[in-house]
Design a protein around this ligand. Structure first.
Ligand code: GN1
Ligand code: MG
Length: 363
């Protein structure tokens, strides 16, 4: 066990004797470790937070502590059992803060929820339950008294993402812009720009509200138990005010893709309509009571917006020379871009079907 890591752990108020510290998970932004302790004391999750991406550690941890505390209270009020498995518990450092700065990096610690399963895909049964869970998540946070900040400014603002892409093309930092495939993808992205900026237009016109959302609801960020029940959502860094489209669309982006988001074989990519149906059914069951007609009407748009936004983000990062998302090989972000673009095309082809299904659900 690395001595330096052990010292970092020692700054937090944890219980038990540490026996091992090892890497955990596959996030593209932060770096995560598992901290094992002897005997019956809990194990922990230690994370090195990427402050190049989340620059305000105080705001970030304040949001997270407010959100987890609020959810915990709601679960308690509802008489839910096993609450420690249904909401994350963060651990204070010795100075009372919820993070530790070691002079170079920022660290935070949470209690590890044991016996969980992380997945990259979902079954139809769990898609329904996840839909209901996200509706409940949004409903639970609807009356949070604290004012939450934007941990990443304009995170899911598609106009801003398109601007970043335009800047990346102009700057051509990695010299990748003139490649014919890059030009072809640019054409596909640009001809849709106006159409997909709809959410921001509706917002400016006062027709679309922002609510507290998770904003990173990919399947990997959900913990399941051994019986495929949803326990809780993790990766709370991006919890902030956004359109409900964020959680709905971003979940389907990963769950309804017939392959993983970085599969380089685009023929493997497809839109699993059964997953869409099951998830939407569960989501509407829980969210119908608070969604506005504009929100409901635009759920098919939301399903397409997120593959579109992720195409734009992976693509801009590729053109910038891979400075944001972790890559394993030089063309990784390009492969992710192609994958998400193909998913977008599949989702677009299903628009009439999605609309008909939602109508049927509301009848
Ligand atoms: C990032 O941290 P991770 O891997 O769960 C990203 C999401 C992207 C996702 C794509 C803060 O999430 O927005 O949708 O990768 N998070 C941030 O896999 O940018
Ligand atoms: Mg993650």
């Amino acid at each position: 066990m690395d001595q330096k890591m052990k010292e970092i752990v020692a700054h937090f108020c944890i219980r038990g004797n540490v026996t091992d510290i090892k890497p955990l998970g596959n996030g593209l932004i932060n770096t995560t470790y598992q901290v094992l302790t002897e005997g019956d004391t809990p194990d922990y999750v230690l994370q090195n937070v990427n402050v190049a991406i989340f620059p305000d550690m105080d705001l970030l941890m304040n949001n997270i502590v407010e959100v987890t505390t609020h959810i915990r209270k709601k679960l308690e009020a509802a008489g839910t059992d096993d609450i420690d498995r249904k909401v994350l518990t963060f651990v204070q450092a010795n100075d009372g803060k919820y993070y530790h700065f070691d002079g170079e990096k920022y660290w935070r610690m949470m209690v590890l929820i044991p016996d969980t399963i992380s997945k990259t895909g979902v079954s139809l049964e769990s898609a329904y339950v996840v839909g209901e869970t996200f509706a409940q998540f949004q409903a639970m946070l609807a009356d949070i008294p604290a004012q939450l900040g934007e941990t990443i400014k304009d995170f899911h603002n598609i106009e801003w993402r398109l601007q970043q892409l335009a800047d990346a093309v102009r700057d051509n930092k990695a010299g990748r812009v003139n490649d014919p495939i890059v030009q072809e993808i640019l054409g596909e992205v640009n001809r849709r720009a106006e159409e997909y900026s709809k959410s921001e237009r509706l917002y400016r016109e006062g027709k679309l509200p922002k609510r507290i959302c998770h904003c990173d609801t990919k399947v990997d960020n959900i913990l399941f138990d051994k019986n495929d029940n949803v326990l809780c959502v993790i990766d709370l860094d991006t919890v902030m005010p956004s359109f409900v489209f964020s959680d709905f669309g971003d979940f389907l982006r990963s769950a309804a893709n017939t392959t993983r988001e970085d599969d380089p074989v685009t023929d493997n990519v497809g839109f699993n309509f059964d997953v869409f149906k099951a998830f939407t059914k569960g989501y509407l069951k829980g969210a119908r009571c608070f969604l506005t007609p504009v929100e409901i009407e635009n759920l098919p748009y939301a399903t397409a917006l997120f593959p579109y936004m992720q195409t734009v983000r992976f693509f801009a990062d590729y053109l910038n020379g891979d400075t944001y998302f972790k890559v394993q090989y030089p063309e990784h972000n390009l492969d992710r871009t192609k994958n998400q673009l193909r998913l977008l095309q599949c989702v677009e082809a299903a628009f009439p079907k999605m609309e008909a299904f939602i109508k049927e659900q509301l009848a």
